[in-house]
Design a binder for this molecule. Sequence first.
Ligand SMILES: Cc1ncc(COP(=O)(O)O)c(C=O)c1O
Length: 484
Amino acid sequence: MTITTTPEKFININTILTEIGLTSRQREYLVNFTNRYNKKTQKSKKQAQLNRQHIADNKKMVEFQLPLKELYYPIVTQQSSGSKIQDLDGNEYIDLVMGYGSNLLGHNPPFIKAAIIEQLERGIQLGSQPQLIGEVATLIKELTGVERVAFSNTGTEAVMTAIRLARTITEKNKIVIFANSYHGHFDGTLGKAKIVDNLVQTKAIASGIPTNYIKDILVLKYGDERALNIIKQEAKNLAAVLVEPVQSRRPNLQPKAFLQELRQITQEAQIPLIFDEMVTGFRIHPGGAQAWFEVAADIVIYGKIVGGGLPISIIAGKAKYLDAIDGGMWHYGDLSSPQTKTTVFAGTYCKHPLAIASAKAVLEHLKAQGATLQQELNQRTSQFVDTLNSYFTAEELPINLTSFGSLFGPYAEEKDFNEPSEKKSQLSLVFDLLYYHLLAKGVMLRGNGGFLSTAHTEADLDRIVQAVKDSISELRQGGFLPFR
Ligand SMILES: Cc1ncc(COP(=O)(O)O)c(C=O)c1O
């Protein structure tokens, strides 16, 4: 349904807009903007309508709100290069999604493309040992200081494996995770804390997750001294503490002292500390959050950046835990043999030759560039966020961004356990409209934030800032923000 196809439908949408309390000025503006945006991205909208029946797709950048219904469709992209991505209608966007953080070096860098093509020419051999695997493992060890490395495909799989290794070695079950963290979609981490009858309990975050999967999960507040006390009390029952060192959902919380204290407590109690470095790994520093916070975890998982856009994840860390995959080190020519008790680890696509070739190109580049690559990019991201925040303050807008490395997003306050994750209001309508205004001006955000890459130029950043300013000004004209 497009808003203006038939007068009858036009009346329908206007009725809806009136019912939710929009003024006539807001309604008129919204209908005009929607028409303009639909026209500009018409091929994407057409595909969405054609495919909806066939493709079960829950991908959304903003939550469904009826007044914006006509704007809800994914932009269908056909090619990308550097910081830019192009849609089916030929519109170009400065991409800030950057493969959910995978494309630290931009889209399709020539050296990664060449490495993938070279491997493609040699074929895709699954089930045998990829030629480049040893070099990739060595590079990861050099950059991060881990002792051993295993290869998997996604962050979710890596989290699942890390927990299994910890449980195998400790012979315990209970895992501490922290509220607001994201560790992928393995059932065993999909618990949230809820206060029932004054007691903190773990509940499934969605339907289809049996209580049995999460009964051994203890969800604590991140960065909170009380969490450390609970870990001390529970120490003898814990198989691991799983941490997202800086949460993508709350990048402003960067609790170095907390992490260091957590390390000390877990070390003394011999509880494996697992760092989920899917986002922070190779981004904040070549050695990731471990190097940044000066905390050596027992098990560390990486992904995203390492694959340069191809699916890969890394389970790494101390030999004591990684040995549960293969039994540990042994030599030819003597009586040595695998000594450690092992558990299950598998996957058809683990060590995929294309992903390994791409990883080698990425890691060699990171090694050659040294920490300067991250320092410069992180500094640019912080300046970019400062520029936007100064503008928001001057315009008296309730938006405050923050960054960690090249990740940026809204400053997030601490929530109580029972607080809903998002409250819908006129303000959320304005934020969602801002998202679509930016798309209309050629800027593709990841929700309310995104990632910068080394491919983003100063001209790109200037264009983004200008697009934000123009969007805000239009939203003021449309009556969605007060005039100044
Ligand atoms: C911190 C963290 N852990 C785990 C995951 C899951 O990774 P994947 O989507 O590759 O399964 C993500 C994904 O964004 C993540 O940010």
